[in-house]
Design a binder for this molecule. Structure first.
Ligand code: ATP
Ligand code: MG
Length: 223
């Protein structure tokens, strides 16, 4: 699903990602962890082609990102679900509209938009809040809307940056259960988190980043 070879990315001459080489197979669940500034978000941005690396090769879902033409980026992203740490919900649109927005951009028929929105919101336990606005929801509910939105295109790959960053511990655990369920259903999942306790509670393969490099790649268990 993901192949990276010697990828580097610097900002103003300071490396944020330096020489990452790794593979993630289809159907895997992988954490990305490490201290603040280690390069987790930068690495994720490179994977959904928000940025291009200075050097190295990135292949995601069979697409060589360096070869991807600008006009094909939208089609590439159709197969990805991205969950941002700060949700990035549209404040003036309802929960349902936030979820159908991407479908409307892609000209899905209205009825299909409604059907899909209902299904993913039900999966998140939010079907009763479809007509609420984001500001009327709790942080955890907003987080689940952001996930519903990432799932609505039935992506092959989910990239989530600190998805539990704004949630209390109980909600964080629920969220991880949810991502694990989605993973069992076949979606590849990559989660950036600095929350070691969360990883230990829901163990999986973990890439440890430090100063832009992968310093360990291991199955984390409680010690
Ligand atoms: N757009 C940018 N412009 C300049 N420097 C950046 C930019 N984005 C990231 N950096 C720098 O790159 C390095 C890695 O940042 P990144 O955000 O990837 O770390 P992170 O592991 O996600 O940290 P955190 O846990 O705090 O989210 C940091 O030194 C950061 O200051
Ligand atoms: Mg980050």
């Amino acid at each position: 699903m993901i192949t990276c070879e010697h990828i580097t990315k610097s900002y103003n001459g300071r490396p944020a990602v330096r020489g990452i080489t790794t593979r993630v197979e289809r159907g895997e669940f992988v954490y990305l962890t490490g201290p603040s500034g280690a390069g987790k978000s930068t690495f994720l941005r490179l994977l959904y082609r928000a940025e291009l690396p200075d050097s190295g090769v990135i292949i995601v879902n069979g697409v060589d990102l360096a070869q991807l033409r600008r006009r094909d980026v939208a089609e590439f992203r159709r197969h990805l679900g991205v969950v941002f740490q700060d949700f990035k919900l549209l404040r003036r649109r309802t929960v349902a509209e936030n979820v159908t927005f991407v479908l409307s951009l892609l000209n899905f028929p209205e009825r299909e938009q409604q059907r899909r929105a209902y299904l993913v919101l039900k999966q998140m336990g939010l079907q009763h809040r479809m007509h609420a606005y984001p500001d009327e929801l709790s942080g955890g509910e907003q987080q689940r809307v952001a996930i519903a939105r990432a799932l609505v295109l039935q992506p092959d790959l989910i990239l989530a940056d600190e998805p539990s960053g704004n949630l209390d511990p109980e909600r964080s655990h629920e969220l991880l259960e949810l991502l694990k369920t989605i993973n069992y259903q076949g979606t590849t999942v990559v989660v950036a988190t600095h929350d070691r306790g969360l990883i230990e509670a829901h163990p999986a393969r973990t890439l440890f980043l430090d100063h832009g490099s992968v310093v360990a790649d291991a199955w984390v268990t409680t010690t």
